[in-house]
Design a protein around this ligand. Structure first.
Ligand SMILES: [Zn+2]
Length: 75
């Protein structure tokens, strides 16, 4: 079986990008249907960020303690 490319958002499915406050070279791509807030870890410096998809902002936050133990990945 031929290996297929992983899925990607096409440009018309993207609302915009959010630049990480800790590392300006790091960005999050926000899809048009993204709402609410998500907590992500910066791949560059390891800081935790709270991304607000509605306001298109990112702020440095504390890690969500215990979240990994309590919730399983839906993937
Ligand atoms: Zn960073």
């Amino acid at each position: 079986m031929k290996q297929s490319d992983p899925p990607a958002l096409s440009l018309d499915q993207i609302k915009g990008i959010i630049q990480y406050p800790c590392c300006p070279k790091q960005t999050a791509v926000v899809s048009l249907d993204a709402h609410g807030r998500i907590s992500v870890q910066c791949a560059n410096c390891g800081k935790y960020l709270l991304i607000d998809n509605d306001r298109m902002t990112a702020t440095v936050t504390r890690p969500c303690k215990g979240a990994k133990a309590r919730f399983r990945s839906a993937g």
